[in-house]
Design a protein around this ligand. Structure first.
Ligand SMILES: [Mg+2]
Length: 424
């Protein structure tokens, strides 16, 4: 079997909001085609325009080669060997960052292909079992432009998540620091108040997780607030401080009364080695696409298993990434939850409409597919409808409403994407 073509679909919803900290508003979906008619699919969570160019860009140096050209003509059935080839062949420009995110989409698609070729679901290829329950937690991003509105929204979404059968929910309390949702900059007391309101809404026996998204300037500052959050019984607090402050994370590990989680941005298992050994993180959060695909994510699972840490995969894109997280979770003994954006509680149609046969959640547990590969199929209508090339061309031709393709709240933002003016 040989790889014959790689399609890179940049997807974008109309009326996206640049002030929101939601990466469900765009996507890069890749399809790897073969001469035997099988196609693998993958996605990654980074700037999709950059990631597409990481795949397509040409190269002239033996360690700065084109990812696409290294794959064309190759046998797709050994993804780990191809990962090493892509990593080495792009090392001068890659190693970390967007190139690894792009490789993650490709690697996800290669494992999907391998599963389809061998008629096995990916989790079985990873050595996993369907005997472990895969428990999704509902990841809840509030609406609203004030602290009060976001608190009300989170309380309401907590109640809904619980009513929908989710066994746990994560509060995105992103009201401070550079990752703040809708530009809020609130005080630390507001974080405690929001968590307290949500705890009161769901009662004492429901699992709540909290993401504060790099809110606090130092570990010592964070510790003071973590002490005050502890009585609200939080399973973990995610990314309390800057991700490069690994010594700060080690200090938190030593003194925090609550587990600390991080890793959503990390690329390759080597970055997780740093998080685990220097940062001493309790909970590692690889995003299958960003970390470099299953080939890298499975190594992160080994790192966690050997050190008695937990894995809780990050996922904020679509049902493709959720399927990838579920397959990964089935292949490790240390994964209590996977991140899950409930389609009903997400504003993005890419979350709800990109896949035809999303893995089902029954009694709060994800049902692993018996179908080969990832076990999901793309909705070609959605792929076409949210294609950025289509929306850009429409705006350029003046056939779309003026807000289409331009950021909400930014009337002066440029409405035409460069892609439309430079067709390939
Ligand atoms: Mg996060």
């Amino acid at each position: 079997m040989k790889i014959t073509r790689i399609d890179c679909h940049v997807l974008l919803i109309p009326n996206y909001d640049e002030q929101a900290c939601s990466s469900a508003q765009d996507n890069l979906v890749v399809e790897i085609h073969t001469d035997e008619g099988l196609t693998g699919i993958g996605e990654t969570d980074t700037n999709p325009w950059i990631a597409r160019e990481c795949i397509r860009a040409r190269g002239t140096h033996c360690m700065g080669l084109s990812l696409e050209r290294m794959l064309l003509g190759a046998d797709p059935l050994d993804p780990e060997a191809l990962w090493r080839r892509l990593y080495s062949g792009s090392k001068m420009n890659g190693r970390r960052g967007a190139v690894i995110c792009a490789m993650g989409a490709l690697d996800m698609a290669l494992w999907d292909l391998r599963g389809k070729a061998l008629n096995q679901p990916v989790y079985k290829l990873l050595g996993g079992t369907d005997k472990r329950p895969i428990v999704p937690y509902a990841s809840l991003l509030p609406t609203g432009h004030t602290v009060d509105k976001q608190c009300e929204s989170l309380v309401e979404k907590c109640r809904l998540a619980r009513a929908m059968g989710f066994r746990a929910a994560k509060l995105e309390v992103c009201i401070n620091g550079p990752y703040s949702h809708e530009g809020l900059q609130a005080d630390d007391q507001s974080v405690i108040d929001i968590v307290a309101a949500c705890r009161a809404a769901v009662g004492p026996n429901y699992t709540l997780l909290v993401d504060v998204a790099y809110a606090w300037p130092s570990a010592r500052h964070a510790l003071a607030i973590l002490e005050r959050l502890a009585p609200h019984n939080v399973f973990f607090v995610e990314t309390p401080i800057d991700i490069d402050d690994l010594d700060g994370y080690a200090l938190l590990h030593e003194h925090s009364p609550i587990r600390i989680a991080a890793g959503e941005w990390q690329n390759t298992h080597w970055e997780f080695l740093d998080l685990a050994d220097r940062g001493r993180l309790d909970v590692l959060q690889p995003d299958v696409g960003r970390v470099g695909g299953f080939s890298a994510a499975r190594k992160v699972c080994r790192i966690a298993e050997e050190r008695n840490r937990l894995i809780v995969p990050h996922c904020w894109k679509s049902a493709i990434g959720i399927a990838a997280s579920a397959h990964l979770a089935a292949a490790t003994t240390v994964c209590p939850f996977i991140e899950f954006l409930p389609a009903e509680l997400s504003e993005s149609p890419l979350r709800s409409e990109l896949v035809l046969d999303e893995l089902q959640v029954i009694d709060g547990v994800i049902q692993l597919p018996e179908k080969p590969g990832l076990g999901i199929e793309l909705n070609r209508d959605t792929l076409e409808r949210f294609s950025d090339e289509r929306s850009s061309a429409a705006v350029a031709m003046g056939v779309c409403p003026p807000h289409f393709g331009a950021a909400r709240n930014r009337e002066s933002a440029p409405a035409v994407h460069a892609d439309a003016r430079h067709p390939e």
